[in-house]
Design a protein. Structure first.
Length: 42
């Protein structure tokens, strides 16, 4: 899935599958000010 904001958790999360079909999750901690900006852009 494309990266999505998870505001209640304070992270941006993306999930992809490896060649064996296992999920790999990647997250980025989002600062409070960035969360406000991201919310304004959606």
């Amino acid at each position: 899935m494309e990266p999505k904001m998870r505001e209640q958790e304070g992270v941006k999360l993306a999930v992809c599958l490896d060649p064996d079909g296992l999920e790999i999750s990647m997250s980025e901690t989002v600062k409070q000010s960035m969360r406000a900006e991201a919310h304004a852009n959606y």
